[in-house]
Design a binder for this molecule. Structure first.
Ligand code: FES
Length: 111
């Protein structure tokens, strides 16, 4: 139906203030749902030392990495505060309660 988009599941299956991991051949993608229901996706690797962002704490539209507490903006992947870096963002399409990720994301190397 959408050749450029890959169905990765239902919005309702992602917990509020939490995440769900989508495994791909290029690595894991963390799909987050903020308190207000907005959905975001980042490769599940912290730009600091590769910590699993999917296991971080979601506050507002940010996630705090569980390893060393860097704070990453969910909408851009940019690290906030004095730290520098950027997690790779994955473009999403939300339609009829389903989440689709951009197929082009899999052409990049997440490592
Ligand atoms: S690996 Fe995420 S803050 Fe260090």
């Amino acid at each position: 139906m959408y050749p450029d988009w890959i169905d990765i599941g239902l919005v309702r299956d992602v917990p509020f203030r939490g995440s769900r991991v989508v495994t791909t051949g290029k690595g894991d993608i963390a799909v987050f749902k903020a308190h207000d229901g907005q959905i975001f996706a980042l490769w599940d690797r912290c730009p600091h030392k590769g910590g699993p962002l999917s296991q971080g704490i979601v506050i507002g539209h940010s996630v705090t990495c569980p390893l060393h507490n860097w704070v990453v903006a969910l909408d851009t992947g940019e690290v906030k505060g004095p730290d520098k870096g950027c997690a790779r963002k994955v473009a999403l399409l939300i339609e009829d309660g389903r989440i689709y990720m951009a197929a082009a994301a899999l052409q990049w190397n997440a490592a």
